[in-house]
Design a protein. Structure first.
Length: 226
């Protein structure tokens, strides 16, 4: 699903930086654009391509039998998509905003990895890091309260999103996407964001969120249980 290769710590998860791996693949890549809310690939499709996100935001979606959805991850510029897929994609990938992608044929990636030990090791790291992030997501959904989830999400976005001003987040995703990502209802997300705005922790103006009290948000993200 996601990978990068120079490792950096992000809220307890390790995110790799992609450049070193993809330098070997660029001659085989092509650039494509996908409009917001359009699908990049669908769960169950043959995994014919891998991608690097150049610009925009992508959501990784799992649909349940009753029509409910779980957004497993938001991917940003620099993140990788599809490098850890097997024969078929396990998830649907959709453009949250307009996105630009570099697309690499999966057969070419596999062929290069079979003859290049360095690339093969890096792709192994991609799969390992993706699994570690999945474990971190299980902890978020399984053990954290609603307020802890919201705080953890905002702190993660503060580290991952480009910022024109410090602590000012132009979130590409809406409240419904956030709710489906955190396993909450949209009413709960709106209520908690409203509470954080009223107590001065956040400033909220349409799609922009300003973190006014980082310490309070960090404390909320790891509230002790009684």
């Amino acid at each position: 699903m996601l990978a990068t290769m120079e490792r950096t710590e992000t809220r307890g998860a390790v995110r790799p930086q992609p450049r070193e791996v993809l330098d070997l693949l660029e001659q085989f890549g092509s650039t494509i654009s996908v409009q917001h809310d359009r699908e990049i690939h669908i769960e169950g499709d043959s995994a014919e391509y891998c991608y690097r996100i150049v610009a925009g935001c992508v959501r990784i979606v799992k649909l349940m039998e009753d029509g409910r959805r779980q957004i497993c991850e938001f991917l940003m510029a620099g993140d990788l998509l599809g490098f850890d897929a097997l024969d078929c994609y396990d998830f649907t990938a959709e453009a949250v905003s307009d996105v630009v992608l570099r697309r690499y044929p999966r057969r070419t990636v596999d062929a290069l990895a079979s003859t290049n030990l360095t690339l093969a090791r890096r792709l192994r790291d991609v799969a390992s890091i993706s699994l570690r992030l999945a474990h971190a997501r299980l902890v978020l959904l399984g053990r954290k309260t609603a307020s802890e989830r919201i705080a953890s999400f905002l702190l993660e976005m503060a580290e991952r999103l480009p910022q024109s001003r410090p602590n000012v987040l132009a979130l590409p995703m809406g409240r419904t996407d956030i709710a489906d990502h955190l396993g909450l209802t949209i009413e709960t997300v709106c209520r908690l964001l409203g509470h954080l705005r009223r107590d001065g922790t956040l400033g909220i103006d349409r799609g922009t969120i300003t973190i006014r009290n980082s310490r309070a948000l960090q404390q909320m993200a790891s509230e002790p249980r009684h």
